[in-house]
Design a protein around this ligand. Sequence first.
Ligand code: NAD
Length: 490
Amino acid sequence: MPEFDANRFRPDSAANFIGGRKIEGRGRMFEVLRPSDGVLLAPLLAADAAQLDEAVADAAAAQKRSCWGTMEPRGRMRLLRRWAELIEGDTDWLAPLEAVGSTRTLAEIRAWDIPYTAECIRFFAEFADKHGGEVGATTPDKLGFTLTEPFGVVAAIAPWNLPLVMAAWKIAPALAAGNAVVLKPSELTPFSVVRLAELAIEAGMPAGIFNIVQGGGADIGDALVRADAIGKVSFTGSTRTGRAIMAACAETGPKPVTLELGGKSPQIVFGDADLDKAGAIVAKAITLNAGQVCVAGSRLLVHESVAEPVIDRIVRAFAAHRIGETWNSDTTMGPIVSERQLETIDGMVSRALAGGAEALAGGGRAASPQRGSYYAPTLLAGVAQNDEAVQGEIFGPVLTVQTFADEKEAFALANGTRYGLAAGVHTSDVARALRATRELQAGTIWVNRYGRSDDFILPTGGYKESGIGKDLGREAYLANCKGKTALIQF
Ligand code: NAD
């Protein structure tokens, strides 16, 4: 097989997509680096304020002009399905482009990110003609019913950790519900979504229905949220940014907002669990995408009777990882997205070690490769519930371990952070599993597994500081529709 040439995948810096075409930004210039080796991928010319206004105005006009929201619903559905086909058919270009510019490995992108992105679009496309309002039970002298309508223009703001997939979660339900979308991807991973926009046009989507503006969060992201014509905001990212976006929505609306935020999710292993399975699952749940996953299972809570064998399995699984460039076919764990993010991770680990924690694995930068930002899978013991390492989102391959004596203590430790995104439970006791689904304060509970499936009908979202509202499922489609009530007197 010929050697992979990362330099071949040089995206165009004219990476804004407004009114159906690529447009060179007139705003700030960002140097986008390849996470795998720190080499300049491409300069990015962000949109300026006038271009942002133009994108939003253009989207609002296109949504009306093209009748996107009122066209034959099955026509919208067919078009979105065609788009999904084109995305899958573009794998040979899209997968390397995503791999070179992000932390996702080429193998994962081919096997999962691209098929998942396409299927997510298909899933929401099917809602276009399958959801209507309902007739209410009124007295017989009148007829009352509800209607759903698109908001008009939805602002979608995405993070860098799974650039295509996170964008699809936002844009697919919004477009299927008849809205136009203006997407602002992360300034760290701006390029692959532009290819999605080009393919949307190729599929026949009217120009201006799906737009991309590039830029930083505090300027372009904030201005997008605040723009007058934005009817709804859909955000995935950190809790801190989520708060700022909610405040901006309140000040300029109030505008409805969906917030998918950070997490510090526990994985609980009881003494009656299948330890081989649990050990493998726990290790994978914190090393997938080098821990840069919102639902990363970053806290191991293990019954004291099985702590030693479970820890032993995890340490061995960590040691078996082959850390390397995303495009390397034997890489099992890729890089951290940036040197800055690596320093944040390392700062939290160093403070934990200085405070008395012990690294049973890792504890610092990975020894190789030499270039790029790589962190060793790390297991921290000797931590207490109130420690920063247990409470704060590290967003890297760092797992803390605490032991418990009984179920009550396990659930209390699991619930004892400000976050509530997901939780995993490993047990062979069905009653305990069912109790856990009631007791754990998180938006998603996994039993004897950890991680999402391809069941798009299951919504995802956070409790507590992990968010408001849901992505995926029927809920995400409905969150992109306005509801209207009509009452007719006979
Ligand atoms: P981030 O909050 O720093 O940035 C996310 C996006 O928001 C970026 O596009 C950024 O430019 C933009 N932004 C920043 N400030 C803004 C502002 N004031 N107004 C508007 N936009 C602004 O997050 P990140 O570092 O890109 O991503 C990692 C975080 O995302 C983690 O906390 C992770 O848990 C979370 N995340 C959550 C989910 C979920 O489903 N709950 C999924 C993936 C990632």
